[in-house]
Design a protein around this ligand. Structure first.
Ligand code: FEO
Length: 397
């Protein structure tokens, strides 16, 4: 199966409909690994797919070109969801040069036996003429790995953006205007929050460099191709790159016998009654991928856990570790939770918040066994306080 993006430029990738666990990213809508074939006077393949799907990719290529006549395989990114098929594809496309930057060649050589590969190393500003079309390269380190590269075709105003601007979204459609815009933007935001968030500074640099290009179409290596809503996804990336928060409070918690849940509910109600967007999310039920997306654009977060074995509950530790890795730091918030005979969870959360450079607006809120009315009142007031902070941060007063 292939789809034409521009004259002689085709999508030849793989739609992974049923994947739900992408290295712990919960892909509720599946995923795609996008490869593109350019059939000009010379032929070039842009990126490959995950290893198990190399035959699907090769069959798609064979419908459009003789594999012996493919001249270049561009590897924009060495991560195995895009390079896994390379060993088999290189074997079956024997005359092609593998085009990538130096770091990428080193990573590929660590993963695979590349002793017979014919590398052509490129850097920013280098070009390869295919005839009527030109491949122009732009190194974009850390979007998403250190070796990342984007490939631009000036004649078609088309940017192959690799992970950037991608989404995990399996569909029979290939373009952004063939699906609901709200859904594709939601998936793009989830992707950004869970994959790209730690690299906001590098995304900013990439946007600056890409801003000098005349771009009509963005073809990422995951999900839909942007041809109608390029301006919307670029604007969203501009906001996301600087972690621009919304006037939003997230109350995230886990509970054992509902004591912490009662506290969470009171905090949530305090925020909700203060005219800000507020979310009330039980960590164990919602899962890390959706939580990261909710926390990503929240100005303020209240983190709660019941005490288990003198510490926090395991799913709370999981999301805190995940968010710390994603560098979702510098928000405002506080810790809360219940305990019985051994204290632990709120204090343990508070330590995480300190490490994540939170502006901790109050000391941990705690309830022994079941929260009494005065504790619930304090929780409600803390929710109001958090909402006021969200307004202050976002200038929404
Ligand atoms: Fe889709 Fe960073 O790989």
């Amino acid at each position: 199966m292939s789809t034409t993006l521009k004259e002689n430029i085709h999508w030849v990738g793989f739609v992974d409909w049923n994947i739900r666990d992408f290295h712990s990213y919960h892909t509720t809508k599946g995923a795609t690994y996008n490869s593109y074939l350019i059939t000009d006077e010379k032929t070039a393949l842009i990126d490959t797919v995950k290893a198990p799907f190399w035959k699907d990719l090769l069959n798609n290529i064979k419908k459009l070109a003789d594999p012996n006549k493919v001249d270049y395989i561009v590897c924009n990114h060495a991560e195995p969801d895009h390079s896994g098929a390379l060993p088999e594809i290189v074997k079956n496309i024997p005359n092609a040069k593998v085009v990538c930057d130096k770091k990428c060649s080193e990573i590929l050589s660590a993963y695979y036996d590349t002793s017979n590969w014919n590398f052509e190393i490129v850097k920013t500003g280098d070009t390869i003429s295919l005839g009527k079309k030109t491949l122009s390269f732009l190194e974009t380190p850390l979007v998403h790995w250190p070796e990342s590269l984007m490939t631009y075709i000036p004649e078609d105003k088309l940017l192959f953006s690799m992970d950037g601007f991608g989404q995990h979204y399996a569909t029979s459609f290939r373009f952004d205007d063939e699906v609901e815009l709200e859904e594709v933007m939601k998936q793009a935001k989830t992707y950004y929050a869970n994959i790209v968030m730690p690299y906001g500074k590098q995304v900013g640099n990439t946007l600056k460099a890409a801003g000098t290009l005349d771009i009509e179409m963005i073809a990422p290596s995951h999900g839909l191709i942007w041809r109608t809503h390029v301006d919307k996804i670029v604007k969203a990336y501009q906001d996301w790159a600087i972690n621009k928060p919304k006037c939003k409070v997230a109350v995230v918690y886990d509970t054992m016998w509902n004591s912490t849940e009662l506290m969470a509910k009171a905090i949530y109600e305090g925020a909700r009654d203060s005219d800000v967007e507020a979310t009330f999310l039980k960590i164990r039920e919602v899962g890390n991928t959706a939580l990261a997306t909710e926390i990503f654009d929240s100005a303020c977060v209240a983190w709660g856990s019941a005490t288990l074995n003198q510490g926090m509950m395991p799913d709370v530790a999981s999301i805190l570790t995940y968010m710390q890795g994603l560098k979702a730091d510098g928000k405002s918030g506080f810790a809360f939770g219940s305990f019985g005979w051994g204290r632990g969870a709120p204090e343990a959360i508070n330590k995480y918040l300190e490490e994540m450079k939170y502006d901790i607006i109050i000391p941990p809120l705690k309830a022994k066994w079941l929260p009494e009315e005065d504790v619930l009142q304090s929780c409600y007031e803390a929710g109001i306080h958090l909402a006021a902070k969200a307004k202050e941060i976002t200038g929404s007063n």
